[in-house]
Ligand binder design. Structure first.
Ligand SMILES: NC(=O)c1ccc[n+]([C@@H]2O[C@H](COP(=O)([O-])OP(=O)(O)OC[C@H]3O[C@@H](n4cnc5c(N)ncnc54)[C@H](O)[C@@H]3O)[C@@H](O)[C@H]2O)c1
Length: 253
């Protein structure tokens, strides 16, 4: 699909990979809507992107909020061609923490730590993917869904919640790619490696980040625009469906 003139939604579009993806599609001549939970960041991103970008307040883990947000996009633009399901959070921690001196457990991943990541990173993708697909079908658009997973889907120490959610996201892309093909909708996932965004620089422990940097075969973190480029490739290439692409600089985890 040529994105020129098409309507593209990016969730979590007010920062990091989402903002660069929105910029990429604005530059490609698409009509872009960004959805985000952070109203201040959303306002700044809309001003930054310029043009006719629509900013929509949305919590991807809240069903009513997601339904209203997609209704707003369709009533504004009249159609929906591409949805990039990118919103995500980190709440890292070990399943259990064992005290080195006593040999006893002194901490555990809380249920809220688990649930918050599952709610945003997995349920959020389910809700936004479902509502996007409904509107693509009802407006007669042969659209594309691009789901953002992560190489952490293979299982990363300290990321019980995040790895489980991202493995689920990759699987959703396969199931939906098969189910929605009959409606003319393509679905695929993109699994980035470590990318220099606020999520990584702000939310990851520096020692963990340093360890990963040394493990990346190309010797550096990825750039958000390199992920945006991969997402655009998925949109443009009509043969990509029910599969995953890993822009990770060779890091497998
Ligand atoms: N940065 C990386 O190294 C990396 C690697 C692999 C995968 N990813 C994935 O890429 C995606 C984007 O990550 P990023 O690094 O740009 O993160 P980021 O923190 O820089 O940006 C995430 C955006 O999502 C928004 N958001 C958070 N919760 C939301 C919610 N409930 N509803 C709506 N919006 C919400 C935030 O406000 C923010 O604008 C995430 O799904 C992340 O898991 C990132």
């Amino acid at each position: 699909m040529d994105p020129k003139g098409k309507v593209v939604v990016v969730t979590g579009g007010a920062g990091g990979i989402g903002l660069e993806t929105a910029r990429h599609f604005v530059d490609a001549g698409a009509k872009v809507a960004i959805m985000d939970i952070d109203p201040a960041a959303l306002e700044m991103a809309v001003a930054d992107l310029g043009g006719e970008v629509l900013g929509v307040a949305c919590n991807v883990s809240d069903e009513a909020s997601v339904e209203a947000a997609f209704d707003e996009v369709v009533s504004h633009y009249g159609q929906l061609d591409v949805a990039v399901l990118n919103a995500g959070i980190l709440r890292d921690g070990l399943l259990i923490k064992v005290d080195r001196e006593t040999g006893k457990v002194r901490g555990k991943m809380s249920l809220s730590q688990w649930q918050s990541v599952i709610d945003v990173n997995l349920t959020g993708v389910f809700l936004t993917g479902r509502e996007a697909a409904i509107r693509m079908v009802n407006t007669g658009c042969k659209g594309v869904l691009v789901l953002i997973s992560s190489i952490a889907k293979r299982g990363n120490i300290g990321q019980t919640n995040y790895s489980a959610a991202k493995a689920g996201v990759e699987t959703l892309a396969v199931v939906w790619g098969k189910e929605l093909a009959r409606a003319g909708i393509r679905v695929a996932s993109v699994s980035p490696g470590f990318i220099a965004t606020p999520m990584v620089i702000r939310d990851m422990k520096p020692e963990m980040l340093d360890r990963f940097r040394k493990m990346i075969p190309v010797g550096r973190l990825g750039k958000p625009e390199e992920i945006a480029h991969t997402i655009r490739f998925v949109v443009e290439n009509d043969l990509i469906c029910a599969t995953d692409i890993e822009p990770s600089g060779g890091l497998k985890l």
